[in-house]
Design a protein around this ligand. Structure first.
Ligand code: HEM
Length: 513
């Protein structure tokens, strides 16, 4: 019988590949996790026992499903959405470890360590690799999930476009989008005889999507779509154009340039769309639940605006409004956990974090901890912010709805202006209460959102001077609805469609931490 060398070599190659894969898997799934846990345990950091492959996923699911049946009575969302964290914190303290699959996570809510982690500027601490792996198809290599010099380059290009000076220039667009929405509610209320029950969720999402696509990607629409090819034009640049220039000025191939542009449009849209939409939804729900605060903020708006659409100076003066928004962001922060990964061995205070460990700071429980906020920490009480954030709690650096440090939210100015503008216009035109259909059940998806939506009963009232004289808003051409397909330039439109589709799929499949 002749020896078949070809077959033997092939078998050896396959055997080599198999052994290599086996060793790699054994290292990733067994040896490395064990080593990381041993290093943490040596420092006195403990956590629940975990199982092979799943880690603590089963316990988390079990704890979550045991709380999902009942509507929530209070604003203590941490106990409802993260019951397992409460249990582990009671058992192991503010710093403990747990495992998701083979990802080793260090939960850190100890105030000094949180300060060091959130303000760490080293590029060796970044967004967890699993986020890029999970959401790569949706987000590509944009600013949200990228790290190192790629992230730094994107941040440098994008950040100045969302400074307050630029946001001031977006106010006209924001009020146009708000007025369009209010006009549609006005006709609904008229049609339904003076009071209409409106499920606000979709409307808030349309508003937020409209603002972001127009404010960030469409301010040059009037100059025509030629902006995509005329990079050196002298007119005012918008964020999309800065992304285009950023791509052009870096050493990228044509394919990489296209990817850079589309990825960053998707990232900005995703980061700003859902977060702002749910913030307006929760604000309106809280104002409907607390008619005294609805009245207080309305009085302030009417006093300051005197019947005009708010401008920047007016918005800046709205103190009661700011207090309500701060309190909403404390109790219902859209981003519940700030997560990082150590890309090399690092130290934060007394904690040594080995390379590969993920660090989670649990924003939701920091925002409601009675030790930090006092005995009424689960109550809606905007008055606590009457002397600003520093006056509201013992450790102000632990209030972080927009994150802290080098990766702090780029869009916080835009988000605050958007929220204030929309709320001010709604409050000056309508009064509203919770509909009897409303069930209070916050759910954790990409952000915290109301499981069954928010139904409000709206009544059109004329609270402002202009309204008393004329039933129309004093707003020139702004009431004209501008279809999104027209105002959104092609690159952004592609990005938005991809994000919308991905978001729908993710919302359907979500139900986990
Ligand atoms: C109420 C609304 C919003 C909330 C609560 C919010 C919250 C956050 C938080 C907590 C982070 C930091 C996450 C971390 O440290 O890991 C973040 C990052 C970011 N946000 Fe927002 N955001 C909001 C609106 C917006 C808007 C309107 C935009 C854009 C127009 C935006 C763009 C971004 C971007 C680009 C980042 C990534 C920054 C980086 O990694 O360097 N956000 N946001």
């Amino acid at each position: 019988m002749e020896f078949n060398y070809g077959k033997a070599i092939l078998t050896l190659v396959w055997l080599g590949v198999f052994v290599h894969l086996f060793v790699r898997l054994f290292h990733d799934l067994v040896l490395n996790p064990k080593r990381l846990r041993a290093i943490l345990r040596k420092q006195g950091i403990n956590g629940p026992p975990s199982t092979f492959l799943l880690g603590n996923i089963r316990e988390i699911r079990r704890a979550q499903s045991s709380t999902t049946g009942e509507p929530v009575e209070t604003h203590n969302l941490a106990a409802f959405l993260f019951p397992f964290f409460d249990e582990w914190r009671n058992q192991f303290g503010q710093v403990f470890m747990f495992v998701l699959g083979n990802i080793q996570i260090l939960h850190v809510n100890e105030p000094e360590a949180v300060r060091e982690i959130t303000t760490c500027t080293s590029l060796d601490l970044g967004k967890p690799t699993y986020q890029y792996k999970e959401r790569g198809a949706l987000l590509g290599q944009g600013i949200l999930t990228s790290n190192g010099s790629v992230w730094a380059h994107q941040r440098k290009i994008l950040a100045p476009e969302l400074y307050m000076d630029k946001v001031k220039g977006m106010m006209g667009l924001i009020s146009e989008s708000a007025v369009t929405l209010l006009e549609s509610w006005k006709s609904r209320i008229a049609k339904e005889g003076g009071v209409a029950s409106i499920k606000i969720d979709q409307d808030m999402r349309s508003f937020s999507g409209d603002v972001i696509s127009r404010a960030c990607f469409g301010s040059n629409f009037t100059q025509g779509q030629a902006i995509f090819f005329k990079m050196d034009a002298a007119y005012e640049k918008d964020l999309l154009q800065m992304v285009l220039e950023g791509a052009k000025n870096s050493d990228l191939s044509q394919e990489e340039t296209d990817r850079f542009i589309v990825d960053n449009c998707k990232n900005i849209y995703l980061a700003g769309y859902e977060t702002t939409a749910v913030s307006t939804i929760w604000c309106l729900m809280l104002l409907a639940m607390n008619p005294d605060w609805q009245e207080r903020v309305r009085e302030e708006v009417v006093d300051i605006c005197g019947g005009h659409n708010p401008n920047y100076d007016m918005i800046r003066k709205m103190k009661q409004m700011t207090m309500v928004i701060n309190e909403m962001l404390r109790l219902y922060p859209p981003v519940t956990v700030v997560s990082r990964e150590a890309f090399k061995d690092m130290r934060f205070g007394n904690i040594f974090v080995p390379k590969g460990v993920n660090i989670w700071t649990n924003v939701l429980s920091l925002h409601t901890d009675p030790e930090i906020w006092g005995p009424d920490s689960y109550k809606f009480n905007p008055d606590r912010f009457s002397k600003g954030i520093t006056g509201a709690c013992r450790l102000p650096h632990l209030y972080m709805p927009f994150g802290v440090g080098p990766r702090i939210c780029l869009g916080q100015n835009l988000a605050m202006v958007e929220l204030k503008m929309l709320l001010a216009l709604i409050l000056s035109k309508f009064s509203f209460t919770l509909s009897p259909n409303y069930v209070h059940k916050p759910a954790l998806r990409l952000v915290i959102e109301p499981e069954y939506g928010v139904d409000l009963l709206y009544k059109r009232d004329c609270f402002d001077y202009a309204c008393a004289k004329s039933p129309r808003l004093p707003s020139g051409p702004s009431a004209v609805s501008v279809p999104q397909a027209i105002v959104t330039p092609p690159f952004a439109a592609v990005a938005i469609n991809v994000v919308e589709k991905g978001r729908r799929e993710e919302r359907e499949s979500y139900g986990r931490v």
